[in-house]
Write a protein that binds this ligand. Sequence first.
Ligand code: ATP
Ligand code: LTN
Length: 332
Amino acid sequence: MKRIFSGLQPSGVLTLGNYLGALRRWVELQESYDCLYCIVDMHAITMPLEPTALRENIYEVAATYMACGLDPSKSTLFIQSHVAAHAELGWMLGCKTPMGWLNRMTQFKDKAGKDKEKASLGLYGYPCLQAADILLYQTHLVPVGEDQKQHIELTRDIAQSVNSAYNASLFTLPEPLISEIGARIMSLRDGNKKMSKSDPSDFSRINLRDDTDLIVQKIKKARTDAEPLPDNFDQLADRPEARNLITIYASLQGQTPQKVCETFSGQLFSIFKPALTELVIEKLEPISHRINELLSDKGELARHLKKGAERAEELASPTLRNAQNIFGFVAR
Ligand code: ATP
Ligand code: LTN
């Protein structure tokens, strides 16, 4: 059975972008693949985060995974720091990755901001740890949003270069799996910026746990324009905010953006926005309700995560040992 690996950072509250770009797809995939879904806490500490917030976020991500439909009896759900092999292989891969390759990573440029001297080594080496996450499990497919494509391509480059440097087939080369619709949900305040859980403005995003009133307000305030909707999605090429709202609707409704344009053709946002609001609430309310239920029993969440970590460790161990041996380390 083909193997899938993906992960999400417990760096804040999860957004509709995380759901449509990643999580929702993960749920479908668990029916036909051997899936590992990780809470990448070691990645989350590459940016400033209070320890109490991190701990809360980890439980919240675990509850969100399950509330969205990930089933611990079908998928392996675990916390990255529970499986030490991630850090160990991450270091080894970092030693085999040229700085020139890391310098091209746009996520580092975005997150480091203007003062790169202040960015940490961890933020810079982030993609090597991500490569270890994926390669440890001989992963075939990595379902992610569009923004992660570059990191998966780098993972392939690292795998290929290590395989050929040691003349060994140590790592399987993974492929990114990116949905056609919903792979890049944009900010509600700026249609050219990705919806992000670390954006300072809460009104830039819809969080999976937002209550009904907040969803109503956020969509009401979402930036749009005064033009009616066209009957053809291609005509929205230079109207990024309109394009984004149509995409969100299409993605939640399981329709093509073209079909949504046909339905709302000629309508103004004063008609479309209430319809979108209703749909978002209908889809998110059961999820946020279930998250709250699951969070009320953290012991149960911890038991699932422990089991997941045990299985993950078992699967990761042969690849780590093999890599250590091939690199020339001496077995204990
Ligand atoms: P941050 O905003 O803190 O950078 P993030 O939400 O971008 O975090 P992760 O939590 O690690 O980063 O992302 C988890 C998954 O969600 C990844 O597969 C990522 O591609 C996807 N994702 C994140 N934002 C969006 C978005 N706006 N549209 C579609 N997919 C997204
Ligand atoms: N870098 C990703 C999160 C991430 C990931 C992974 C995704 C860490 N390790 C392995 C897929 C596979 C992000 O920032 N969205």
